[in-house]
Design a protein around this ligand. Structure first.
Ligand code: AN7
Length: 366
């Protein structure tokens, strides 16, 4: 007995595989595993436009089912894995991939094993992986160690690898570019993404290339990617042995999609830059306080990159810019409760007293 009702006349978004079935490697017989990912808002950001003179849009990927862009790739990777008969998936993760893998595996009724660097992933992500019944192991090493082991396990044991070295992940993630083009009716002049393994950078480039190819757009956006300064192998041109940044999602010293990303940069007249942690937190605050979008630190690097490149005159007045913000702020909320000099923010405490509260709020009686 099937427990999945057929949805016909409905405006409910059906997930990226059904929405873009003609542009992905699936057939009518493919057993689609979806949690309704994709269809995320592309929001104008007037405060960022005012600061830069550019026409700035934010692709809010925190609105995906597990709160990050990883769900777009995971629906595809788990679907193709199940189609091929996989009973277990494995990944290495700085947090978001593990949360997504565990959720999609749970939905599909298979097992997810996830390897994370011990003590280095955000609490929200750890909780998600456990909540979704993932077999989570904290490895006493960094992300790059975890990925190496995940690859070895997938090569030698019956587990299906769902890191972005699996091309199905990139294929699913390219759909975000399709969505941007649907809204803007063309590609933007610039597209900015945070960079860890550079899988998403590669995926957007692929999505935009396909749009250009089929004549849906008139240009290839210049692809700008940003790494955290303490974790910037692509910018430095060499592996970083001991990557360090408060943006734990992108604490990656040896990116899996390094070569693909370099090719994408060359093809799009793109750029890779590095941003220090203080600027990342400053940008996170600007986005939450002035635009109303709360993202995790790694995602805020897109905003910091925009501000830096606009200041430098590289991103000019009137340019159309799309920033992808990759993960929700609720995954790693502690940073919002800290001032830029590192001290804790203590919310004010007041008595049950209307007059006192009015006074504290600076309200004068009408
Ligand atoms: C919020 O979860 O690598 O450059 O293991 O979680 O495609 O790696 C996460 C990466 C950006 C970087 N923003 O994307 C993982 C993981 C957030 C992220 C990235 C990640 P890629």
């Amino acid at each position: 007995m099937s427990t999945t009702p057929q949805i016909r006349e409905s405006r409910q978004w059906r997930g990226v595989i059904r929405e873009y079935a003609d542009r992905l490697d699936v057939t009518d017989a493919t057993p689609i595993v979806t949690l309704g990912e994709g269809g995320t808002p592309l929001l104008p950001a007037p405060a960022l436009s005012a600061r830069t003179g550019a026409n700035v849009w934010v692709k809010f990927e925190g609105m995906n089912p597990t709160g990050s862009f990883k769900d777009r790739g995971m629906t595809m990777a788990v679907t193709k894995g199940v189609e091929a008969g996989a009973k277990a998936i494995i990944c290495a993760s700085t947090g978001n991939t593990s949360a997504s893998a565990a959720a999609y595996a749970a939905h599909a009724g298979i097992t997810a094993a996830v390897l994370v660097p011990e003590g280095k992933i955000a609490m929200g992500k750890l909780s998600q992986a456990i909540a979704h019944n993932g077999r989570l192991l904290q490895v006493r090493g960094n992300f790059d160690d975890c990925l190496e082991i995940a690859r070895e396990l997938a090569d030698n044991y019956p587990v299906h690898l769902v890191n972005s070295v699996n091309n199905d992940r990139i294929e699913g993630q390219k759909t975000a570019a399709f969505e941007v083009v649907e809204v803007l009716r063309d590609a933007p002049d610039f597209h900015i993404v945070p960079v860890g393994n550079a899988g998403n950078y590669t995926a957007y480039h692929r999505g935009y290339s396909e749009e250009l190819q089929r004549g849906a757009t008139t240009r290839m956006p210049r692809m700008f990617g940003f790494q955290a300064a303490g974790s910037a192998p692509i910018v430095l041109g060499h592996v970083v042995k001991d990557p360090d940044t408060i943006a734990s999602a992108i604490r990656i010293g040896n990116p899996a999609s390094w070569e693909l990303a370099i090719a994408a940069r060359e093809n799009s007249d793109g750029f890779f830059g590095a941003i220090d942690d203080a600027r990342i937190l400053e940008a996170q605050r600007i986005l939450s306080a002035e635009v109303g979008i709360f993202v995790e630190p790694a995602s805020a690097i897109s905003v910091a990159g925009l501000l830096e490149q606009a200041e430098a005159g590289v991103i000019g007045k009137g340019a159309t810019v799309v920033l992808t913000v990759t993960g929700h702020g609720l995954k790693d909320p502690q940073w919002a409760l800290r001032t830029s000099d590192g001290s804790d923010i203590q919310p004010e405490s007041v008595a049950v007293d209307t007059a006192e509260i009015a006074d504290v709020l600076g309200l004068a009686k009408a």
